[in-house]
Structures are given as structure tokens and as C-alpha cells.
Design a protein around this ligand. Structure first.
Ligand code: GRF
Length: 206
């Protein structure tokens, strides 16, 4: 990658930030095409903030509560920070906020998410318990471009794990999470290096 400028990435979190940490670690590699320039949280007590700070990454907290129901105003506050920091790609990593259509559409093709299920199955929360309840034999995780519909955007990559007879939501979730930590950095690498093309609902490799 020598001579090629790394893309400036913001990771948006609300919690422990293990996927954020995986992105930070991957981005330390010299030939990784992106740098994690900012970690933004809507919660001051998000565990991931300390990890980011310990890695020398700028952190910003924008508490959503003072904004009440005014999603647009909260999103505008986020947008101002993202623009000020020259952010080119946004990675959602356990960011537990529904965002306004205008904000999401403005980042189309440059904002990605990781979801702990094989989309389009099990959108939303409690995916591991729901996978067990449904009796599926394969479960996993998906990375996708973000669109206004929750967990609905074009799928970039997926990883599957077996569902074992003695699994609990916790054991299954841990198996999926290990795959998330591999899949998300790989997805960011592809996006930041310009290797992805969106074609309708499909994502192709250029
Ligand atoms: C992960 O399971 C991710 O797939 C989902 O939220 C969880 C975040 O976990 N979107 P972490 O904060 O990255 O540890």
C-alpha cells in the first residue's frame, strides 16, 4: 500500500466494542487500506471507548438523550463530527440507534454494519436465541451496506458456523462473534480498497 492514502474511518459504538477492537487491530497492519480515525459513541459508559483511547484513537461521545425524539438533530450532530474529522467510511459496530433516512442515505455505499445472523434471517435483536428456537443447523454473521430499513442493505460478506446440540444462546453467540471479528476487518479491507460494487441488492467484487 505504500504511497496510497488510507481511508479515514469512524466506528460507531454503543457498548463493549469487541468488533471495533478487531477493526482497530486489523488497521494496525501497514498494508491495511483504512485507518480508524474516530470512535463515536452515543453512550458515555460504552466499554469500547476506553479501548479506543488506549489505542490512541480520538473518541467522541454524543449522548442521544438530550435530543429526545429528534433523531434528525442527533444525526446532524454526528454528521458535523464526521465531516470535521474528514471521515470517508462509517462502520457501525453495535451502535444501538435507529438513524434518520436522510443521514443513512447520505452515507449510502460508505456506511457498513455487522449483524450477528445470516441475513435476511433474524434481523433485529436476540438473534442467537431466535436461531436456536427456529432449529437452524447453520447460523452466522453478515456484513452489509446500511440502508434505511433495519438490517436490510446489500449483503457484502457472510460467515457460517454450525449450531451444536448443546448450544445455548451464549455458546452459539461466542462462536459467531469469533467469526465477526474476522469478517468485519476483511469487509472493511474490501470496501476501503475499492473492491466492492453495489449492483441492485447484490454486492459484487470489482
Ligand atoms: C455484535 O454481535 C454485532 O454483530 C452486533 O452488535 C454486537 C456488538 O458487539 N451488531 P461488540 O460491541 O462489537 O462487542
Amino acid at each position: 500500500m505504500s504511497g496510497v492514502r488510507k481511508k479515514r474511518v469512524a466506528v460507531l459504538i454503543s457498548g463493549r466494542g469487541s468488533n471495533m477492537a478487531a477493526l482497530i487491530d486489523a488497521a494496525k497492519t501497514a498494508d491495511f487500506p483504512a485507518e480508524i480515525a474516530l470512535v463515536l459513541s452515543n453512550k458515555a459508559d460504552a466499554g469500547g471507548l476506553a479501548i479506543a483511547a488506549a489505542n490512541g484513537i480520538k473518541t467522541v461521545v454524543i449522548d442521544h438523550k438530550p435530543f429526545g425524539r429528534d433523531r434528525a438533530a442527533f444525526d446532524a450532530a454526528m454528521q458535523a463530527v464526521l465531516v470535521a474529522e474528514g471521515i470517508e467510511i462509517v462502520c457501525l459496530a453495535g451502535f444501538m440507534r435507529i438513524m434518520s433516512e436522510e443521514f443513512v442515505n447520505g452515507w449510502f455505499g460508505r456506511m457498513i454494519n455487522i449483524h450477528p445472523a445470516l441475513l435476511p434471517l433474524f434481523k433485529g435483536l436476540d438473534t442467537h436465541a431466535r436461531a436456536l428456537e427456529a432449529g437452524v443447523k447453520l447460523h452466522g454473521c453478515s456484513t452489509h451496506f446500511v440502508t434505511p430499513g433495519m438490517d436490510e442493505g446489500p449483503i457484502i460478506a457472510q460467515a457460517a458456523v454450525p449450531v451444536l446440540d448443546d448450544d445455548t444462546p451464549e455458546t452459539l453467540g461466542a462462536r459467531v462473534l469469533a467469526e465477526e471479528h474476522r469478517l468485519y476487518p476483511e469487509t472493511l479491507r474490501l470496501l476501503a480498497s475499492g473492491a466492492l460494487v453495489i449492483s441492485g441488492n447484490r454486492v459484487l467484487r470489482s
